[in-house]
Design a protein around this ligand. Sequence first.
Ligand SMILES: NC(=O)c1ccc[n+]([C@@H]2O[C@H](COP(=O)([O-])OP(=O)(O)OC[C@H]3O[C@@H](n4cnc5c(N)ncnc54)[C@H](O)[C@@H]3O)[C@@H](O)[C@H]2O)c1
Length: 251
Amino acid sequence: MNIIERMKLDGKKALVTGAGQGLGKAFALALAEAGADVAIADINIENAIKVSEEIIALGRKSIPIKADIKLREDSIQMVDRVISNWGRLDIAVNNAGVSKLQDALEVTQEDWDWTFDVNLRGTFFCAQAEAKAMIPKGYGKIINIASICGYRVWPQFQSVYSVSKAGIIHLTKCLAVEWIKHGIRVNSISPGVTMTEGFVKEVLPIFTYKAPIAKAASVEDLKGALIYLASETSDFMVGQDIVIDGSYINV
Ligand SMILES: NC(=O)c1ccc[n+]([C@@H]2O[C@H](COP(=O)([O-])OP(=O)(O)OC[C@H]3O[C@@H](n4cnc5c(N)ncnc54)[C@H](O)[C@@H]3O)[C@@H](O)[C@H]2O)c1
C-alpha cells in the first residue's frame, strides 16, 4: 500500500492526556487531521471542551474528559468513557506532565510527590488502563511523552522533573517488552524545548545557545513523529524513544 495511505488513521479511536493546551492539544489536532476520533482528557475541563470543539469542527468525533491523571481511578474512568462511547481504544498519548524549576536543597516531599504522581505514576496507570482496553483487540499504540531532561542534566535546577522523565523513557521500554505479546506497541517521544503555553521560560536561552539548531521547537515540529508512532508504519518499533531536539543532547 502507498506509504501516505498507511499513515492515515481513519476510523481509529484515540485518547490524549493533557490535551487542553500545548503539545497535547497539538497532538490531538494532528491525530484528528490524520483521520482519528480523539478524546481530550485534561484536569482543566474548560480547555478540554474547547479543544474537543476544534476537533469536531475538523469533521471528527471528540469527547472532552475531566481527569486528574495522578489519581488512578481517574485514569480508569477516562478509558472507560472512551470505551463506552466508541467501543474501543486504538491510540493513547500519555502527554500530561508538570515541571518546576527548583534547587534540590529546597524540594519538599510535596514537591517530589506532585511531580512523580503526575509524570511517572500517572503515566504508568494511564498506560495500564489503556493497555487493558487494547488487549481484547490484540493491537494498540501507546505513546508516552518524555523529555531531553531524561537524558541530560540542565544547568538550571530541575532534578525531580528530570528524573521523572528518565523514568518515563525506561518505563516505556519495560511496558513495551511486556505488552508486545498483546500486539501493543509502546514508544515515547522526547522533545527539546518547545514553545507551548506551559513551557518553563528560563530554559529557552540555555537551549537555543547549546542546541546546534539554535532555536526552540514549535509544536508543528513534533506532530510527524507522533503520527508515525500512531500509525501502522511504525509497527516494528517497540520500546523506543524518539528524540526531537535539534541535536541538543548530542553536543
Ligand atoms: N514544552 C516543552 O518544552 C517540553 C519539552 C519536553 C517535554 N515536554 C513534555 O510535554 C508534555 C506537555 O508539555 P506542554 O509544554 O504542552 O505543557 P503545558 O503545561 O502547556 O500543558 C500541560 C497540560 O497538561 C494538563 N495537566 C497538568 N496536570 C494534569 C493532571 N494531573 N491530569 C491531567 N492533565 C493535567 C494541563 O492542564 C495542561 O493542559 C509534558 O509532559 C512535558 O513535560 C514539554
